[in-house]
Design a protein around this ligand. Structure first.
Ligand code: ZN
Ligand code: ZN
Length: 375
């Protein structure tokens, strides 16, 4: 709905704003509905899928094993220290024993026999103590090994428990996204359908701001509220939807282009006068025609006519410029009144010469039509 009249221009700007504001309020209402939809993407946590009591029991026994390992380690350390001490004492006693035996040979002191005997006994006791401590250390080593085994077993059980829970959680997540998607689809699809219907039928009506507002709204709903929720089963659904959307849009555009070319072809079949009257039969068409001519494009066949001085389109023979019937000033053939003398330009009256020329030109054009460059 374009118009160059000043008031229309201002109102048009406001109507565009109204379309956007209308979209805004639709979006607000829509987002409220979406927010209140059941099964919105609730945060799923792994903890919700774990067998709590089993996990607690496992954790508790793991803690006990850890504590036990700590105690065992501590005991082992003290046994080792004790063993080192015993070995040191034994070494000293053995040294003493050797020295005493050597001195006894020299002194032949019978009293030292008792001392030697005592030291020998102590050495014997020391050896027994070392054997005991070593045994103890070995036992502790064994217990630590067992403790480690049972700890890693418990850890494995905990891992298995979590893995099972994760599997269930993933399945739940997948079905949740699918549900969310289907619910959204149920809302967005009718919106899109209504938008397409309104656009097809009412986009040129006086109520176009509402048609456009609804269209923006449904596009937003589709791209922001639906597309991110496309379930991605290895990307298949997304790819299929993408392929289908591309195909449908492409087909729509191809049909549009064919319709357009068909319309132009059909128009080119008609004579200059009937084409001209359809190009200026209402204000909008007239203004479109002026606009195209200003850009150097023929309003009838949409091709660029060779030069701005052309009186006729070299492709379809539409008269673009002609002389005023009363003052002979050259001007745009779509002018409703002469810009020089103000005479109204009427088809029958104003273009005796030029209309004949146009018809004649058109006739010759249709007998040997120019090869349409865009067909
Ligand atoms: Zn043309
Ligand atoms: Zn004139």
């Amino acid at each position: 709905m374009k118009s160059s009249r000043q008031l229309s221009k201002i109102v048009n700007i406001f109507l565009h704003i109204i379309a956007l504001v209308f979209t805004y309020f639709l979006l607000q209402g829509g987002s409220l509905i979406i927010q209140n939809l059941p099964n919105r993407h609730t945060q799923i946590q792994l903890e919700d899928y774990l067998d709590k009591s089993q996990l607690d029991a496992l954790n508790k026994s793991l803690d006990a094993r850890n504590l036990e390992a700590e105690t065992l380690g501590f005991n082992q350390q003290s046994v080792r220290t004790e063993l080192d001490g015993l070995k040191e004492v034994l070494a000293i006693q053995q040294q003493n024993y050797k020295e005493m035996l050597a001195s006894r040979y020299v002194t032949e002191d019978s009293q030292s026999n008792n001392q030697v005997e005592q030291i020998r006994k102590r050495i014997e006791q020391g050896r027994v103590a070392i054997t005991d401590a070593t045994q103890k250390e070995n036992q502790l080593e064994q217990s630590l090994l067992q403790n480690q085994q049972s700890r890693s077993q418990i850890q494995q059980e905990i891992r298995n428990l979590k893995q099972d829970a994760r599997k269930i959680m993933r399945e739940e997540q997948r079905s949740n996204t699918l549900k969310a998607f289907l619910i959204r689809l149920l809302f967005v699809l009718p919106l899109m359908a209504i938008a397409v219907f309104l656009f097809k039928r009412y986009r040129d009506s006086n109520y176009w701001p509402f048609v456009y507002g609804w269209g923006y709204f449904s596009l937003y709903a589709f791209f922001i509220e639906l597309v991110p929720y496309f379930p991605s089963y290895g990307g298949y659904v997304r790819s299929i939807v993408g392929i289908a959307a591309c195909f449908l849009i492409g087909r729509f555009l191809i049909h549009k282009l064919q319709d357009y070319l068909e319309k132009k072809r059909e128009m080119e079949q008609r004579d200059e006068e009937s084409r001209r009257s359809s190009l200026q039969n209402n204000e909008r068409n007239l203004e479109n025609s002026f606009e195209k001519i200003h850009k150097g494009i023929c309003p009838s066949c949409d091709r660029k006519f060779a030069s701005p001085d052309n009186k006729y389109c070299v492709y379809c023979g539409l008269c673009i410029k002609r002389e005023c019937g009363s003052c002979n000033t050259l001007q745009m053939s779509f002018n409703q009144f002469c810009f020089e003398c103000g005479e109204p330009h009427r088809e029958e009256q104003g273009n005796e010469g030029s209309a004949d020329k146009a018809v004649e030109h058109n006739r010759s054009a249709s007998s040997s039509p120019p090869a349409p460059s865009s067909a």
